[in-house]
Design a protein around this ligand. Sequence first.
Ligand code: TXA
Ligand code: MG
Length: 342
Amino acid sequence: METRIFKIDPKNIDKKSIFECAEILKQGGTVAFPTETVYGLGANALDKNAVLKIFQAKGRPADNPLILHVHALSELDKYAESVPESVGMLARFFWPGPLSIILEKKNMIPDIATGGLTTVAFRIPSNEIALKLIETAGIPIAAPSANLSGKPSTTDGSHVIEDLSGRVDAIIDAGRSRIGVESTVLDLTVSPPEILRPGGISFRELKMVIPDIKRAYSIDSGSTPRSPGMKYRHYSPDSPLTIIKGSDTRVIKKINDMMSENPGSGILCSDETINRYKSSNRISAGSRNNPSEIASNIFHALRLFDKSGVTGIYCEYFGIGDLEEAVMNRLIKASINIIDLG
Ligand code: TXA
Ligand code: MG
C-alpha cells in the first residue's frame, strides 16, 4: 500500500492537508496523526471495516479496545449510553487533554472498536491538528497509539514513518509530541471510578475532582488486569531493558559495573547523573527537575537505542513526582528485569 505523507507545521496548519486527510478518514481509510501525548492511528470509529484496518496495520490483538477521539463534549451524547455528571467537571479541568474516559457505549459503536466490550473510552485531544482533523472529518476517530503492536509508542513523525509506512493510507508528520506519554485511562462505569492506566493527568490531579478515585493498576509492576491492553507485552525496544532502582551512588556503581561486563549496552539516565557514567553509550532523558522533559523523551530514547544497535539498555528509576507513575509504568512494561538495590 502506498502511504501518503503530509508534513504539517503545527504553527501554520495547512487547511488543504487537513481536508485531504479528513476525506481519507471519511472514505474508510487510515490516517496517523499527532496528538499532544503520542501519535494516533485513526479510522472512522463507526465503520467496522475501517476499524479492522487499524488492527491489521498495527498487528494489534483483537480484544484490545480503542479510544474514540472526538472534538467536543457534546459529541459524547451521540455515542455513550449515558453521560454522568462527573464528566462535565472532568472536562472542565482536563479536556481537551490527556485524559480518556470510559463510559457505556451505544450500539452504533461497532464491537470491533471496543474489543467486544460494552464500554468505550473517549478523549478530546488538545493538539490543534488532531482537533481540526476530527472536526473536519465530522466523525469520531478510533485511534490507538500509532506504533507496531509491542513497540514503543511514537512521539515523532519519523517514528510513525518507520513503523507504519506502507501499512496505512496517510501519515501526518508534525514533529515531536509535547507530552510524550499516553493519556490517563479513567473508568467511570464502576463506582468508585478507577484509573486503569496512569498517564498525562496524574492520580493527584484526578483525586482533586473525584476524591474517592482508585488506582486499578499496581505502581510497581505496571500491570492492570482490568484493561485488556495491559496484559500484552508493551513498549518494548529490541534490546532488553533493565531498570536499576536505589540511591544514586549505588545505581551508578551497579550500572558502571554491568557496562564493563557488557560494553555494547547503553545507559538511559538524567542530566544530573550522565557525567558519572564511564561509557559514552549514554542518553539523558532530561533533568529530574523537569519531569515533563523526561516524559517527553522516554519513547524517543528507547527508539534511539534500538537504532544505535545496543545489546541491552540499563535505565535509572526516575522518581519524578506526578509524572513518575506514567513514565515508570511504561519503562517497567518495556523492561525484562528490575534490580532493586534498596
Ligand atoms: O494518549 C493516548 O491515549 C493515545 C493517543 C493516540 O490518544 N492513544 C493510546 O491508545 O494510547 P492505545 O490503544 O495505545 O491505548 C488505549 C488503552 C489500552 O490499554 C486499552 O486496553 C485501554 O486504553 N482501553 C480502551 N478502551 C477501553 C475500555 N472500554 N475498557 C478498558 N480499557 C480500555
Ligand atoms: Mg498503545
